[in-house]
Design a protein around this ligand. Structure first.
Ligand SMILES: Nc1ncnc2c1ncn2[C@@H]1O[C@H](COP(=O)(O)OP(=O)(O)OP(=O)(O)O)[C@@H](O)[C@H]1O
Ligand SMILES: [Mg+2]
Length: 276
């Protein structure tokens, strides 16, 4: 398909990176003001695994993603991606923030192309092709020339997903990316996220405080303790894929998982009422 940029966006070749193995081993982390967030915390993800971290507000979810992406450093312990200590500039990493964080003065295409320009590995035409390819994957190649303010919130978050995917990360970190959206849009983006993940095969660490979203997406749901803490419990989600909103969410097993996770979260909150 040739688009109005004269480029074959949807058919440009995606360079597949192998999915990343993530190892977090016994990390300790406090903020400079002394607020302790992690004590002897460990987490391991297999290549291609979709892990969802579930926890109440303030338990340290964003802090953990900042540690996983190398933006913050643990005081002790190690975080490795495919065996190498994590660094923010690693090409394996992709990050989708809670709010889209698009440059308002750049077109949709230029927002997606921005990271590729910074990487400076492809020429301008190849960057544009790749950006259009990922915009097509999220269904927004026709919006390439629009400015962010001309898009709905859900469309903006899809642009931000395309921007992360365009870097072809082996480990995709997602921090409550759909929390600000209405339920219908969020359900649709959940389905879209799974479709893209099944095509691209990255390892994903996805953060949410929404139990249904966690079950729908995950291979494994990890429930976090309130800081300073570790893992409260884990639940393997044994529901076949592909998953669809209409069929998956009404499965008796889905409802059982929801009840189990509601109890786990309630345990976490009640065990820590004194710190809330
Ligand atoms: N820069 C900082 N300095 C000191 N404390 C901080 C800082 N950033 C976060 N915290 C504290 O660390 C804890 C974890 O914060 P974090 O943002 O990781 O929580 P979260 O689980 O992502 O919460 P939410 O669900 O509300 O996004 C909170 O108690 C927060 O107040
Ligand atoms: Mg957060």
């Amino acid at each position: 398909m040739t688009n109005h940029h004269g480029l074959t966006g949807a058919h440009s070749q995606a360079v597949q990176r192998p999915a990343a193995a993530l190892s977090v081993d016994s990390i300790n982390f406090s903020y400079p003001n002394g607020h302790e967030v992690f004590r002897a915390f460990s987490l391991h993800a297999k290549p291609g695994e979709f892990i969802v971290l579930l926890g109440p507000s303030g338990c340290g979810k964003t802090t953990l993603l900042n540690l996983l992406s190398g933006f913050q450093k643990p005081a002790s312990g190690t975080i490795t991606i495919n065996g190498a200590p994590v660094r923010p500039e690693m090409p394996e990493l992709g990050y989708v923030f809670q709010s889209p964080q698009l440059f308002p003065w750049l077109s949709v295409l230029e927002n997606v192309r921005f990271g590729l320009r910074m990487q400076n590995r492809l020429n301008a035409k190849e960057q544009t092709e790749k950006a259009l390819h990922y915009l097509a994957l999220v269904g927004l190649d026709q919006a390439a020339d629009k400015l962010p303010y001309q898009l709905s919130g859900g469309m903006q978050q899809r642009v931000s997903l395309a921007r992360a995917l365009a870097l072809e990360p082996a480990l995709l970190l997602m921090d409550e990316p759909f929390a600000a959206l209405d339920a219908i849009t969020r359900n649709n983006l959940n389905e879209e996220t799974l479709r893209l993940w099944s095509e691209l095969g990255q390892t994903v660490v996805f953060i949410t405080h929404d139990i249904d979203e966690a079950i729908f997406l995950a291979d494994r749901v990890v429930v976090l303790e309130i800081a300073p803490g570790g893992i409260h419990s884990e639940l393997a989600i044994d529901i076949s894929r592909p998953r669809t909103n209409l069929d998956t969410r009404k499965l008796p097993r889905f409802v059982e998982y929801r009840t189990a996770l509601m109890e786990e979260i309630s345990d976490v909150v009640h065990a820590n009422l004194s710190v809330l």
